[in-house]
Design a binder for this molecule. Structure first.
Ligand code: HEC
Ligand code: HEC
Length: 351
């Protein structure tokens, strides 16, 4: 798959160079994208557009996007584990003063977010980062804005012990608390049938992670990718074209329309932030201000935006992206169409 994409990239970059399109700006920018490309082997650039046709063909779409699978966990086989995970996700008893649950910051009836720039924890204190949605998060290459947890199972164990989030003092305290609740005794025993001592801290993560794997949200864009041409209206189709041609899809691509690579915020035009991003994980100078590219599924519903929640509206987020990531100034027509397309990434039936 990756090799194919890489070849497609080379070929299309070549035809791009030959055809002399200028929609991507000057040659220098093109080189930036080349080096980006080598970072992680992901998709190519706006050169995917062939011979001046402004319509996207199916092959091009397939190179960038993939529809959501019907499911990423066997929900029947893991029914007990998932039920336990959902109960834990919703339970404020996982916090030190019984006030905060995962659901406080990642609300299931609000597209997995709390709609705040940063989130208050068990004492009302806030961290420096915006709560990303838990919807479709299990599909990402790693968890958190800087990718410091490898999957949703590992991630779930963080906030419970985080002093400004749920504030439990240590793993043993969580286990002791759960062991005193009869309902949990029964549910852990059912979910971890083969284990003698099923109430263990790591099993809390396994259960919550299993539940999060059910939070995938098929959209009209998935229907479109699967061949239903009428699933998107004209404005949405125009927006999709602009999204690909401008180069947004160089970073926001794959099954989650993002979530599968790390990129610098301010790749072309500097972006001011005091957050060092992925540098904190890798210690590499080149990882300063590098963040996981967010998934754009349900993006019209998850304002405010960016790692610090500093961007209030989607219009502004689109403009800032064009400017800082691609060195382009975009007008209201671009913003309206791209916003329309992004709206087609919203869950068809909100959970
Ligand atoms: C006080 C608010 C708060 C609580 C409570 C909380 N989270 Fe979060 N969550 C956040 C913030 C803020 C981030 C981003 C932090 C970062 O990237 O450094 C985050 C990140 C995540 C992510 C990563 C998503 C992505 O796109 O990378 C997942 C998954 C997640 N939380 C699930 C949970 C689960 C499960 C619980 C309960 C065990 C929980 N959260 C409790 C605020 C919270
Ligand atoms: C070079 C890679 C790259 C390109 C190109 C790019 N983005 Fe992004 N995008 C990112 C990264 C990284 C972030 C996270 C930035 C942050 O939070 O500091 C992001 C964030 C966003 C967000 C906010 C997501 C959220 O949950 O807060 C939106 C919306 C978005 N991009 C849309 C676009 C659009 C539209 C384009 C094209 C005009 C585009 N992006 C081009 C890498 C890219």
């Amino acid at each position: 798959m990756k090799i194919f994409l890489f070849l497609a990239f080379i070929v299309s970059s070549y035809s791009y160079a030959q055809s002399g399109h200028d929609h991507q700006g000057d040659a220098k920018k093109k080189d930036d994208h080349h080096s980006e490309m080598h970072d992680d082997g992901h998709h190519g650039m706006g050169g995917m557009m062939h011979g001046g046709h402004h319509k996207l063909d199916k092959a091009t779409l397939k190179q960038f996007f993939e529809p959501l699978p019907a499911s990423i966990i066997d929900e029947k086989k893991h029914a007990a584990l998932i039920a336990l995970g959902k109960k834990l996700y919703l339970d404020p008893k996982l916090s030190v003063n019984d006030t905060i649950s995962c659901n406080s910051c990642h609300q299931l009836n609000n597209f997995g977010v709390d709609s705040q720039p940063t989130s208050p924890g068990h004492e009302g204190k806030r961290g420096g980062r915006n709560s990303p949605t838990t919807f479709n998060a299990a599909l990402h290459i790693a968890q958190f804005w800087d990718g410091r947890a490898k999957d949703v199972e590992e991630q779930a164990l963080g906030p419970i012990l985080n002093p400004i989030e749920m504030g439990m003092p240590n793993e043993a305290a969580v286990v002791d608390k759960l062991k005193k609740i009869d309902e949990y005794k029964a549910m852990f025993a059912e979910a971890f049938k083969d284990e003698k001592d099923p109430i263990q801290y790591k099993n809390v993560g396994k259960a919550i992670g299993a539940f999060e794997r059910t939070l995938i949200t098929p959209s009209r864009f998935d229907d479109f990718l699967k061949g239903d041409e009428n699933a998107l209206n004209d404005a949405e189709k125009r927006g999709l074209q602009k999204f690909v041609h401008m180069g947004c899809a160089n970073c926001h691509n794959g099954v989650a329309i993002g979530g599968n690579s790390y990129k610098k915020i301010g790749l072309v035009e500097e972006y001011k932030t005091s957050d060092v991003g992925r540098f904190a994980v890798t210690g590499l100078e080149t990882d300063k201000k590098v963040f996981k590219v967010p998934s754009l599924r349900n993006i019209t519903k998850t304002a405010p935006y960016f790692h610090d929640g500093s961007v209030k509206t989607l219009d502004e987020a689109i403009e800032e992206m064009a400017e800082h990531q691609l060195g382009r100034k975009v007008g209201p027509g671009f913003v309206e169409d791209v916003k329309a397309f992004l709206g087609a990434l919203t869950a068809k039936d909100s959970k």
